[in-house]
Design a protein around this ligand. Structure first.
Ligand SMILES: Nc1ncnc2c1ncn2[C@@H]1O[C@H](COP(=O)(O)OP(=O)(O)OP(=O)(O)O)[C@@H](O)[C@H]1O
Length: 271
């Protein structure tokens, strides 16, 4: 399923947080949204899964405006792994994962044997099958994140939206998550802080800065040493691993303010 952003702006109160974003995400593409804290990645994603209505512009799923679809129809098309979900704390893992079937139910119909099979398969796939009877509220951050991914897979949507899904995951689970996303073949929008992961696992990346798309391209095109210095304030080298045919980022340190600027700040501080 293709996702199109057509001149999308999102305001919170008086402030425009996302401004005039236009972007095409072809079917089956894994798109990484990159950018520093507060640049607007989550806000943009929330507009896709119908939490924040754009103040201007449209988000289209295969040409259909998300905000003209019913919430249920959107949920059939878009599955979400978001940061702030506490609703399922009192549930068992299997109950939380089965929630992914809700958009496919008519009215208040109950889970079927097929629903339970789909959920069980998703839990096994992300390696939380043995947690099925545990309470979600008792799990570690990383375990919970994988349960949310199992729920998203259970939903059988064609677009997957993930907001910083790797922040609680250990290294192996990070890599597994990205491989799993690839295997699903779904159109995926994923906000990531781990730039090396983006470099190795995204088809395309979009750099978000001050609520706008600063540039888009393949990870190798976008993540240059200049961009890392100017947009992310880090000195880094990009090295090529010929065996894996991919690049890696070697971080050297934070870009320090110019001495002249620092002197002015110090002076201002003392006066
Ligand atoms: N409810 C709100 N009211 C006003 N401003 C908000 C609100 N929610 C977020 N913002 C602001 O919008 C901007 C973008 O926030 P957003 O969460 O989209 O950034 P982000 O790129 O996802 O950041 P991070 O990497 O830190 O998660 C920030 O400056 C934030 O303070």
């Amino acid at each position: 399923m293709r996702v199109s952003f057509d001149d999308v702006s999102v305001a919170r109160g008086q402030r425009t947080i996302v401004a005039g974003v236009s972007l095409e995400v072809p079917s089956g593409t894994v798109l990484g949204l990159l950018g520093t804290n507060g640049s607007g990645k989550s806000t943009l994603l929330r507009a896709v899964y119908r939490v924040l209505r754009p103040s201007a512009g449209r988000i289209l799923l295969d040409g259909d405006d998300v905000w003209r679809l019913s919430p249920r129809e959107t949920a059939r098309r878009v599955a979400v792994v978001a940061q702030e979900t506490n609703d399922e704390f009192g549930m068992t893992v299997s109950q939380a994962v089965l929630l992914g079937r809700t958009p496919h139910h008519r009215g208040f119909s109950l889970d079927t044997a097929q629903d339970r099979r789909i959920a069980a398969r998703a839990m096994d796939r992300v390696g939380v099958g043995d947690l099925a009877h545990r309470q979600v509220g008792e799990l570690s951050g990383g375990e919970r994140q994988r349960v949310l991914l199992a729920r998203a897979i259970t939903q059988q949507a064609r677009v997957l939206v993930l907001d910083e899904p790797t922040n609680h995951l250990d290294i192996a689970h990070r890599l597994e998550l990205m491989d799993l996303i690839r295997e699903t073949g779904l159109t995926t929008l994923i906000a990531l802080h781990d730039l090396d992961l983006a470099l190795g696992h995204c088809d395309r990346v979009a750099l978000v800065a001050d609520g706008r798309i600063d540039r888009t391209g393949t990870p190798d095109e976008v993540l240059t040493t200049e961009v890392l210095r100017e947009r992310f304030r880090v000195e880094a080298a990009i090295i090529r691993n010929p065996e894996r045919e991919r690049s890696h980022i070697l971080l050297n340190g934070v870009v320090r303010d110019e001495p002249a600027t620092a002197a002015v700040i110090l002076k201002g501080h003392h006066s």
